[in-house]
Design a protein around this ligand. Sequence first.
Ligand code: UD1
Length: 367
Amino acid sequence: MNSEKPIILVVGARPNYMKIAPLYAELEARGVNQKLLDTGQHYDEEMSKVFFRDLGLPVPDISLGIGSDSHATQTARIMVEFEKICNKLDPQMVIVVGDVNSTLACTLVASKMNIRVAHVEAGLRSWDRKMPEEINRIVTDSLSDILFTPSIDGDQNLIKEGVPKEKIHFVGNIMIDSLFGILDKCEESEILRKLSLTDFEYGIVTMHRPSNVDNLGNFSSIVEALEHVGRICKLVFPMHPRTEKNARNMGLMVRIEQIPGIEIIGPQGYLDFMALMKSAKFVLTDSGGLQEEATVLKIPCITMRDNTERPITISEGTNRLVGSKKEEIINGIEELINEDYGDLSPPKYWDGQAASRIADIIVEEIE
Ligand code: UD1
């Protein structure tokens, strides 16, 4: 099938690429007329381009080259440019994923132009409106015409918010499609050898949430926890640009660098990061996606947040919330570090087939 009017698939920031790649491949296999649009919210090689390569995504048909700015400016600039593209291409549907500013901006534009919006990863709620992503999720879901949920709590949240049942499709977690796709290739990564790491003898640290890295009190408390944990276990810390900038401005960078056994590296591509993750003893993070990946990989995940929009990673996975206080972080790591999750089965439909389910529904919905 190759319908005349295209559908546009939107990516913008790092956590989007692994959610679009499997869907792009499934739609391509079904002959759908699709255009890949990159807003350029993330622009550094390691935050963006390397993921296109690792995930087998083609060069985008359209690149908006927006870059970073304040939330309002970034969102507004994406909207202005995306509206021009919609006028030019006259798409019949826009597919957005996740909860970044690009997701919100393109949803707003499309829905005001009466173009149907499909949201992949719908229904997740942290119930914390201080998170920019929560605002993006709420607005995107309330405007979307087709809502694809990764877990059943997503359906429940949407129904409570009054979304008609027929708009909601429980299809599973598309990120896990990408994860299964890369796992066999991890052998090709040189990262463990380069960093002289031994399997299951190190922890991975990632953080970039404003609540942790824009707040001196929380950031300092996390650094104190790392100083303690560094004595127990080797740590690998792929540092997000926001985290690095703030660590330097707050005078914390030197302290982090001096932690014994810590390896600070830049943001990693998908292949190298998953190779690191697959053989890690635990992850200490404030990311959303890592909570899910750790659950499927059966690795303890200690999450430095007070809430999560992915509660199924706690009830059916390896995740524990510890907040940003030093003692809680240390206790969480000490309690979970040797936990054996060998018998755990992943949540329903976290099976590598989510993209195929989504593509079947999209094909039914388009002209
Ligand atoms: C964004 C998403 C967040 C996601 C995260 C993953 C929103 C609201 N937030 O947050 O949900 O978890 O991406 O990375 O959409 N920077 C670079 N190079 C880049 C991109 C950013 O140096 O390629 C710098 C920017 O200049 C800025 C900082 O990193 O100072 C933060 O980037 P920004 O795009 O504002 O948001 P993230 O914190 O990355």
